[in-house]
Every structure is written in C-alpha cells, then in structure tokens.
Write a protein that binds this ligand. Structure first.
Ligand code: SAJ
Length: 407
C-alpha cells in the first residue's frame, strides 16, 4: 500500500525543500518546526530561506492544501527527521549533539502505528538510527512494528530542488524489511538510483563523502602554502598537474566553510579519535589555511603602509562561504574580514550576493577599486572573474586566495 501522509520534522535547508517536493508528488505533508515564525511564514506561502525555485514549490503546495506547517507532528505513514546535528566545541575534539534528533524521535512516540516509517536524513554519527530505536523502546513503543532507516541528504545549496530528484540516494534500514519499505518510498519521487544497505553503512557513507571532499581540499590548500613559499603559482601548477589522466586537484581557497564539510568530518574523528588521522589532519590544514591567509594579508598591508605612509584601506572581495551564494554560515571569508576589522584594520567589503551587513561597510566593486589600497580576494564569485578587474588590480597590492586574477 502506498504511503499517503508524511511528517517532515525540521523545516530548514533540507526539510522544507523535501516537504515541498513530496507535496508536489501528491503526498499530504505536515511540515513541523519548533519555530512558530517559520511555521507562520510557510503557511502564508512564503519561505524563510533562500533557495532557487523553492518558493514556487511552497506556494503551490500550500495553496493546493498538500503542505501544512505546524509546530507539532500528527499521525502519518512516514516521518522524516531533518533537524540540525550541530557539534559542541569545548576545546578538545568537537562532539556531535544529537538532542534535536532524539527530541524529534520522542515527539513521534505516541503517534506511531504498525507499518509506519521513520527516516533520519540529518547528518549523524554512526549508530544514531539505532539510538533512535532505543529512545522509542524506552518510551514503550513496540519498535518491531516500525520501519526505521537512515537516508542521508546529498544536495548542494543552490541546486537543491533539482538534486533532490536527480541524485542517487543511499537507504540503510535497521532491518532488511525497513530498507525495502523506505527505498520503495524514495523511488516514488527520486529519479536517481536508490541504493539499499544497512543503517550504519549509510550513516558512515554520508560522513565519508564530506570527509573525502575535505581531505581533497586540504591537499589543495596545503599545496597553495607550499607553492607560495617556493615562489610557484599554485594555479598554474594545478592546471598542469590536472592534465594527468588520473589527477584532479581541487581548488585552494580561504579555507573550508559552510555547515557540512567543515563539520561532518569531526563526527568520524569523535567516534574513533585514534584512527581517524588523515581526516583530523585535513580539518586542521583547512582551518590553518584561514589563519595563514590572515597573515598573508597583514604582510601585504604592512608593505603598503610603508609605501603609502598611511593606514591602507583593505577591500575584502567576497564574504560568503563559497562562490555565488548568499550563505554566510561558517564562512572563512567573513572570519578573515572580521578578524582584520577587530584588529583595527580599515576594511571595506564587496559582496554582490547580499544587500547589507551589520559589521562591514559594503561597497561596489567599482568603488573598492577606486578607494582601496590593498585587495584580498576571499571568495571566487563570478563577478570577480573579469578581465577588467584583472587589469585594474594588475599593479596593485593583492592577496588572491581564489586565483581569480590568474584565470
Ligand atoms: N571549497 C574549496 N575548494 C574546492 C571546493 C570547495 O575551498 O575545490 C570550499 C568552498 O569554498 C566551501 C567549502 O569548501 O567553503 C564547502 O563547499 P562545497 O561546495 O564543497 O560543499 P557544500 O558544503 O556546499 O555541500 C557539501 C556537498 N558534499 C559533497 O560535495 C561531498 C553536498 O553534496 C552535501 O549535500 C552537503 O555538503 C551536505 O549537506 O552535507
């Protein structure tokens, strides 16, 4: 029997697009969030996050009555948990916090009926799906009658609506019956392959994917420092090396930001600190790259100051955590700019993807070129990849962390 009703718990970057997509596929969806403002916004057919295409999906889903937002879940055939899994950083190895996952699990206990599916999509340490089962058992739920599985989200911000449908998915159930039931559910709205495994493999798979990227970016960032010290252009080097048929070096930058790649590897490290050596080192290398960048900028500013005989104005080009988005979460670029600002440097910022910022004076690229003395390219936005910018900055003091002036 096809499932008809779905609770999606947590209406953030993953939950809301998932809820809207399911509604557009004819499911009757209750979107659940503890924040009443989020709930009110969605019920008014609006959205509280920026994601291309999402608003149109939400508008028609709510108008047609397939999506209703609420602060509490109700009885349903499928319950999808998409709540945050932050980590706690007390100075040692950051530890994952599962309070939101377990609170969401507890909120379902009195609603469950035989055959229901509970699916965890939040990035989580290995064993979390089993932990949810224990939480329900402790509350007296007969967990043998519920299909529980882990199915990680894999979408890229900016392309979420397309990737939710097109990407392959990995489904790992606590039992093979759960895996089959949950995989059959995803196949009703996913065009990519739906791969079946167990819950622990699926949990590790998500962490491994993001750690793979972190390790590869760390390699590029380490090369960039080695090359700078050796007087070699890392961008030329990477372009030559990538002509090898089995080499594909990623791009160095101002560090790794966002809420996934800079976080998820710690879930592996926290689970097995002794053996997760490369993964831990990669995190450290990528964080070090950001501190190194701050120092490079200070060196160039000190030179400019001596030449100009005054305090130079620094233009920080880019503040977001990666190119061509407006998301500032965990942004190394914003960290660099803020760190210089709080140390008394004269900073202006060019960020074409946001309208205002409460800490930085935002200026246009044109104004920055006219008024600043030193330029720090912190994010490789499309707007900065122009021949005219390259020409304008040719003879000026520049720290180009993204290679925009070399392309
Ligand atoms: N970055 C570099 N050099 C590169 C590529 C990225 O410095 O060559 C930096 C970016 O500037 C950014 C950070 O890495 O600061 C992360 O950006 P990203 O584009 O690599 O990844 P996210 O965080 O936007 O999305 C990732 C994706 N995971 C993988 O590519 C393995 C996405 O598919 C996941 O769904 C998402 O994490 C998630 O939610 O886990």
């Amino acid at each position: 029997m096809r499932a008809n009703t779905v609770n999606v718990i947590g209406l953030g970057y993953i939950g809301l697009p998932t809820a809207a997509l399911l509604a557009s596929n004819g499911y009757s969806v209750r979107g659940v969030d503890i924040n009443p403002d989020v709930v009110a916004t969605i019920n008014q057919r609006k959205i509280h996050i920026l994601e291309p295409g999402l608003e149109a999906f939400v508008q028609s889903a709510v108008t047609d009555g397939y999506l209703i937002a609420s602060t509490i879940p109700e009885a349903a055939d499928v319950h999808i948990i998409c709540v945050p899994t932050p980590f706690q950083d007390d100075g040692g190895i950051p530890q994952p916090r599962l309070d939101y996952v377990f609170a969401a699990t507890r909120s379902l206990a009195s609603l469950l009926k035989p055959g229901d599916m509970i699916i965890l999509e939040s990035t989580s340490p290995v064993g979390t799906t089993e932990g949810m089962k224990e939480v329900l058992s402790a509350l007296g739920v007969n967990v043998g009658m519920i299909h529980m599985a882990y199915c990680p989200e894999r979408v890229l911000p900016g392309k979420i609506m397309a990737e939710l449908v097109e990407n392959d998915r990995v489904v790992g159930g606590l039992t093979s019956a759960a895996t089959r039931a949950v995989a059959a559910f995803y196949k009703t709205f996913v065009r990519g392959a739906v791969l079946e495994t167990d819950s622990k493999t699926a949990e590790m798979c998500k962490l491994a994917e993001n750690s793979f990227r972190d390790v590869n970016i760390a390699f590029a960032n380490e090369l960039s420092i080695l090359c700078a010290n050796a007087g070699i252009s890392v961008w030329d080097l990477i372009s030559y090396a990538n002509h090898h048929p089995r080499v594909n070096i990623l791009r160095p930058g101002s560090g790794v930001g966002g809420h996934c790649i800079a976080v998820d590897p710690w879930f592996i490290v926290a689970g097995d600190p002794e053996n997760a050596q490369i993964i831990r080192k990669a995190r450290e290398v990528n964080s070090h790259k950001t501190e190194w960048a701050i120092n490079q900028i200070k060196i160039v500013v000190a030179d400019a100051s001596a030449n100009l005989g005054k305090k130079p104005r620094i233009a920080c080009l880019g503040l977001t955590f990666k190119p061509d988005i407006d998301d500032m979460r965990g942004s190394p670029a914003a960290y660099i700019a803020l760190s210089l600002l709080t140390q008394g440097y004269d900073i202006v910022a060019v960020e074409p993807n946001i309208d205002s910022h409460d800490q930085f004076l935002l200026v246009t690229l044109e104004d920055a070129v006219k008024s600043a003395d030193v330029f720090a390219v912190l994010v490789g936005h499309g707007e900065f990849m122009s021949k005219s910018l390259k020409a304008s900055l040719k003879q000026r003091p520049v720290v180009d962390l993204c290679g925009v002036l070399c392309e």
